[in-house]
Ligand binder design. Structure first.
Ligand SMILES: NC(=O)c1ccc[n+]([C@@H]2O[C@H](COP(=O)([O-])OP(=O)(O)OC[C@H]3O[C@@H](n4cnc5c(N)ncnc54)[C@H](O)[C@@H]3O)[C@@H](O)[C@H]2O)c1
Length: 368
C-alpha cells in the first residue's frame, strides 16, 4: 500500500549545511503517547527535515520495583508501565522535567489525558519557543463559563501558538504492533504545516490525511468517547449487535448535530474520515471506555466508574465519563438536553441518576 511518508530510505539523507531541522518533543507518555513516540522516532531518524532525537516528557512515577519510570525508559527503551514489550526507538529520550523537555522544540506533540492539560499549559507559559507549532492528540474538552473549550484552542490561547489535531480509529496497542490503520490531521490555515505533521507520524502501517476542519476533527475524537460508554453499557446488558449498531448510529447523529451547533464551520465530510465514523466504530467495538462501561452495567451500576477505572485500567485514564459530564454541562447551559437524549442519558447513568438499562429507554426526541 502506498504511504505518504518520506521514510523509505534506510539511511537519513545528509543534512544540508545551514538547514535547520525541526526538533520534536512529545508531552505525554501514556499508552497512546508512547505509541506516538515510536511512530515519530522511526521517522525523525530517516527524514532530514527532523532532528533525530525525540524528547518525551514523562509524568514521573515510581514503579513497584522502586525505580523511576523515566530511568527505566531510558535504560530499556521501553515504557514498561504504559506500553510494555515495545521498543520506542534508540533516539527517544525520556525527560521528567517539563520545561527542559520543551525548551528546544519547535514541534510540540501534546498527548496527555485532557484533564491535565490546563495545568501543563500553565507551566509552559513563556517556556516554549515562540515559533513552535503544536498538535494535539488529546480526546476531550474543557468546559468554561463561556462554554466548551477544545484542547487545541486551550493550547493556542494559553501558549499563543498554532495547534493542529490528530484523531482517528487508533487503538494504541494495535498500532504499537504495526497493524494497519488511518488517522486524520485537522488544520486551520496552513496545509503545509498539516503535511509536515503527517510526514512526522505517517508510516507504511499508519496513513494520515489532512482535513481543513480543526473543530470537526477534534469534536469527533472527543464526542465518540461518550458514545463508546453507551456501547459498553449495551454490551453489559447483553443487548446484541442490532442495539449496538443503533446506539452507534444515534451517537453519530448526535456527534454531528452538536459539533455543527457549536461550530457552524464543521464539515459533514469530516464525519466520513478516520476521525469520524471509523474512530466511532473501533471505540465502540474495542477500547477502554467500552470495556469499563460494560463492567459498570454488569455490576448493575453499583460499582462506580472511578472504582472500575482504577481496577481495570492500571493507571490509564477513562475519558468518556468526564467528557459526558462536560457535554452535559454544555447541553444544560444551552437548554439542548432534549435534542441529545443519548449524550444526556450517558451522563445521568454515569452519576447513578438512572440505571444502566436507561440507555435503551430514552425518548424519541432526537438531534437535528
Ligand atoms: N490509548 C489509546 O488507545 C488512545 C488512542 C487515541 C487517543 N488517545 C488519547 O490520548 C490521550 C492520552 O492518552 P494515553 O493513552 O496516552 O494515556 P494513558 O491513559 O495511557 O495514561 C495516563 C497518563 O497520564 C499521566 N498522568 C497521570 N497523572 C498525571 C498528572 N497529574 N499530570 C500529567 N500527567 C499525568 C500518566 O503518567 C500517564 O502517562 C487521551 O486524550 C486519550 O483519549 C488514546
Amino acid at each position: 500500500m502506498a504511504t505518504q511518508a518520506d521514510n523509505s530510505s534506510p539511511k537519513k539523507e545528509a543534512h544540508k549545511e545551514g538547514a535547520s531541522r525541526f526538533r520534536v518533543t512529545v508531552v505525554g507518555s501514556g499508552n497512546w503517547g508512547s505509541v506516538a513516540v515510536k511512530l515519530i522516532a522511526s521517522n525523525t531518524l530517516h527524514q532530514s527535515i527532523f532532528h533525530d532525537e525525540v524528547r518525551m516528557w514523562v509524568f514521573e512515577e515510581v514503579l513497584p520495583s522502586g525505580q523511576k519510570l523515566t530511568d527505566t525508559i531510558n535504560r530499556t527503551n521501553e515504557n514498561v508501565k504504559y506500553l510494555p514489550g515495545i521498543k520506542l526507538g534508540k533516539n527517544v529520550v525520556a525527560d521528567p522535567d517539563l520545561e527542559n523537555a520543551v525548551k528546544e522544540a519547535n514541534m510540540l506533540v501534546f498527548v496527555t489525558p485532557h484533564q491535565f492539560m490546563e495545568g501543563i499549559c500553565k507551566r509552559l507559559i513563556g517556556k516554549i519557543k515562540p515559533d513552535a507549532e503544536a498538535i494535539s492528540l488529546i480526546k476531550g474538552m474543557e468546559v468554561k463559563k463561556e462554554g466548551p473549550c477544545l484542547i487545541s484552542k486551550l493550547i493556542t490561547d494559553m501558549l499563543g501558538i498554532n495547534c493542529c489535531v490528530l484523531m482517528g480509529a487508533n487503538i494504541a496497542n494495535e498500532i504499537a504492533l504495526e497493524k494497519f490503520s488511518e488517522a486524520t490531521v485537522g488544520y486551520r490555515h496552513s496545509k503545509e504545516v498539516a503535511q509536515r505533521w503527517a510526514r512526522l507520524v505517517s508510516t507504511s502501517y499508519f496513513l494520515v490525511s489532512p482535513v481543513q476542519d480543526v473543530e470537526g476533527v477534534e469534536l469527533c475524537g472527543t464526542l465518540k468517547n461518550v458514545v463508546a460508554i453507551a456501547a459498553g453499557l449495551v454490551d453489559g446488558l447483553d443487548m446484541g449487535n442490532n442495539t449496538k449498531a443503533a446506539i452507534m448510529r444515534i451517537g453519530l447523529r448526535e456527534m454531528r448535530a452538536l459539533s455543527k451547533l457549536l461550530f457552524s464551520s464543521v464539515k459533514d465530510t469530516t464525519f466520513f474520515e478516520s476521525c469520524g465514523v471509523a474512530d466511532l466504530i473501533t471505540t465502540c467495538l474495542g477500547g477502554r471506555n467500552r470495556r469499563v462501561a460494560e463492567a459498570f452495567a454488569r455490576n448493575g451500576g453499583k460499582r462506580s466508574f472511578d472504582e472500575l477505572e482504577a481496577e481495570l485500567l492500571q493507571g490509564q485514564k477513562l475519558q468518556g465519563v468526564s467528557t459526558a459530564r462536560e457535554v452535559y454541562e454544555v447541553l444544560r447551559h444551552r437548554g439542548w438536553q432534549a435534542s441529545f437524549p443519548l449524550f444526556t442519558t450517558v451522563h445521568e447513568i454515569s452519576i447513578g441518576k438512572l440505571p444502566p438499562s436507561a440507555i435503551v429507554e430514552y425518548s424519541n426526541s432526537s438531534a437535528q
